[in-house]
Design a protein around this ligand. Sequence first.
Ligand code: NAI
Ligand code: MG
Length: 352
Amino acid sequence: MKNYKIAAVNGDGIGNEIVPAGMELLQAVAQKHGFTITSDTYHFGAEHYQKHGCFLPEDGLETMKKYDAIYFGAVGLPEVDDTLPFKLFTNYIRTQFKQYVNLRPVHLWDGIASPLANKGKEDIDFVIIRENNEGEFVQSGRQMYPDSPEGFATDTSMFTRAGTTRVAHYAFKLAQKRRKHLTNVTKSNTLINSLAYWDRIIEEVAKEYPDVEYRKMYVDNASASFVLHPEYFDVILTTNMIGDILSDLGGAIMGSLGLGGSGNINPEGDFPSMFEPIHGSAPDIAGQNIANPIGQFWSAALMLEHLGENKAAADLMKAVHKMTASGLKTKDLGGDSSTQEMTKATIAALNA
Ligand code: NAI
Ligand code: MG
């Protein structure tokens, strides 16, 4: 029987509730589909930092390398300097494991209406491909004399030909498997060096995919279009920061930030890929059994797809749709169902 080794990294806040919930669902899916999952749980994150002075131990990367994939919640706590979680954990893993594709699909769940009036399932169905290793988030900069009148701060973006080319190929290939439409969301009319170079490289790659309709759109217009014309989009290819911001907007038009799943993918398979919901650790609602687990469940389906278990992934998605269609809603969706209730109902739908 096929076995997959999964590193479960709860992280902080609601991660401690929704990652175990997702693992429970994954085990049920594995049992139904004739494979096994062995997992170990790692308590890396801001709480680990409070106790040990680091987000993950020195051999943390070596430890995680041995797994087929990483199933992650989110990191960050109000008591810990919030410039650290991305630098010392999320971005560290994403770059060290060359997870240069951040895949963030957006669609509606059965029974959960979009807050956009008159927009339904046929209108909201697209995938954001966010460049995940460079761009605005390389954290190359400094603060000088921050308390003085001459204080200043810089953050330099970095766009490389190799980094832009590889993520562009991934996005165009994905578009070929979908509705063959790709939108490059950019801001090259103002960032006339970095993003003009990004556009130029993407346009070169576009020529290799003549069957994919290519379009460029500025992020200000794209933000408005998410709300007014979400049906414009099939595959969106965008930069690290623009993708980060637009994917929360994607969560919002689905009905809640708690509904979005994502994959940090190393397409070559040289390193494990990491699957996590699009939101953060939500400390404001942690420990209350009210976190919406759907984004974490979707991330499990993306992980199964990545592992080649496409049928199991589709079945997992179907079970979540059945659960949402039955009317269960956590507080963020205007209901009063608990994390546990949603998890149990999804497993029941899977086995029905
Ligand atoms: P957040 O996404 O954690 O929360 C924003 C709002 O959405 C909150 O009101 C929260 O209660 C709600 N929310 C988020 N997920 C939900 C869910 N599954 N169910 C119900 N409601 C949900 O973003 P925020 O507040 O900006 O950041 C909190 C912490 O998370 C910070 O320390 C931040 O650095 C960290 N963070 C970590 C990320 C990661 O590990 N990949 C990503 C984003 C933020
Ligand atoms: Mg984000």
